[in-house]
Write a protein that binds this ligand. Sequence first.
Ligand code: ADP
Length: 553
Amino acid sequence: MTGQGPASADSREPDVAGIDTVLLDQLPESVAVCSADAVCLYVNPAMERAFGRSRLDQLGRVLWELYPDMLGATFQERFRRVAATGVAEEFECHVAQRERWFVKRLLRGHGRVYVFSREITAEKKQEATLRGLYDETRRAQRHAAFLAQASEVLASSLEQEQILQRMAHLAVPTLADGCCVDIPGPDGQVRRIAMACVRPDQVELTQAFHARYPLRMDDAGGIGRVLRVGVTEFVPELQPALLEQALAGDPERLQATLALGVKSYISVPLISRGRVLGALTLVNTDAVRRYTQADVRLAEDLARRAAASLDNGRLYMEAQDAVRARDTFLSVASHELNTPLTSLTLNVQALRRDLESRSAATPPEALGAKVVAVQRQLSRLSSLVRELLDVSRITAGRLRLEREELDLAALAREMVPRFSEDLSRAGCELRLDAPGPATGSWDRLRLEQVFQNLLSNAIKYGRGRPIELRVGADAERAWLVVRDEGVGIPPEGQARLFQRFERLASERHYGGLGLGLWIVKQIVDALEGRILVESAPGRGSTFTVELPRQKAR
Ligand code: ADP
């Protein structure tokens, strides 16, 4: 013993109520010695420190009256049992209000009950931290395994609905009791494209609920809002009281909502390249399981992967469409090239025959007509080939403009006679209204192409009806308008008109590669102008090209 220890022990009564306290005074654990009816006869210094009460304050009082929040009915029962039987008891005791844990031992000796109390709060807290870490690690492992599985599922197909259906099934029951995927539908509706539930009857119940109360994009909360705003909605606990409050005016709906049994949910947006493609919703109907932020993170991770895979699917479909369009184009192009080539071959053969059989001299007019036909077919062929060359040039980014000062009205007047033969063959009368001048800095050859395409379309699709060509200008812009009274273009076709390879009219009735308007648009764009169309089926079409007169700085 050190010099100080015994001095302090000696300063206390060595014997209180006949108890030898020398040893007890030294113990690090709290000790109270009580009579059989729990009156405190002695408490050691450790007990004074542990509970912050002086010895004098405690002596002579019933133990559980001193510590009512710590020594409840169970403790009192144990105390009486030990006092009566003398059989020692040891147990753990949690003081919830103070978040403290103790190990208590009750012993009987010489008609008294010894209450030993050792605090184990630190150990308990450490244990809880370790358990938390362990649970967290286990959850992270489970999540990682789930995501690996999900990635496999997501990469297993390029077909959108199939992917999402598989993903929903994967999420149940690992992550949720119910999982669904919704996408924005037409007219502000929400379309459900995948759903899986632990209980099969839950699928029907939910479907019936949404048939009666459909989800909408403008809903103030829930899936509609997630789709609209693109932000996760997490409800860790759906409070029935709040539901009752929100649906107070509609008891039937409240009843149906409660019957779904949703306890908590997470709804996350599927976003790709800034666009909300859909919403993934995980629903929990289990009263015990609670979603946490870790589940939200997992759902968001899953949603990111699903969105990327949806995007891949879409790109694949687009690539497929492009390949199909190219194949169609190749067959159209070969057909288009073949038609003038066949007539050309026949005409050249006929001419050759005429030249060889000099005996039966062919009249010069007949020869002349065949030569004109040959010229026409050659010019058709060269314009088709020019179009094809233009496409590859423009696509390769090689549309170079040779700007010069020119008058659009004069150019229109120059162009019209070049169409006189085509116009008369189609039975179209052309009205030109180009008083001019309409000058600007443009590319002559490219503008000739614009006239060429618009006028030949007007002749092709406006057969037998008048055509109007107008040119005008104000201080900033010049414009040309080509109007026909032909077949017209349906509204849904107008958006596709300027796309490459797009042909709306049937190829049996009208030839063409579907490239003319695309080329026109590329030229107009390069000149910083714009092209507009106004049309209705059977009511003709008006194409307007507007060009700034000077190049923007
Ligand atoms: P094409 O060489 O096939 O005519 P365009 O790119 O010039 O190709 O036109 C694309 C499609 O737009 C045509 O197939 C046709 O359906 C439609 N179109 C173009 N101009 C007119 C018009 N003046 N009237 C009706 N339809 C038109």
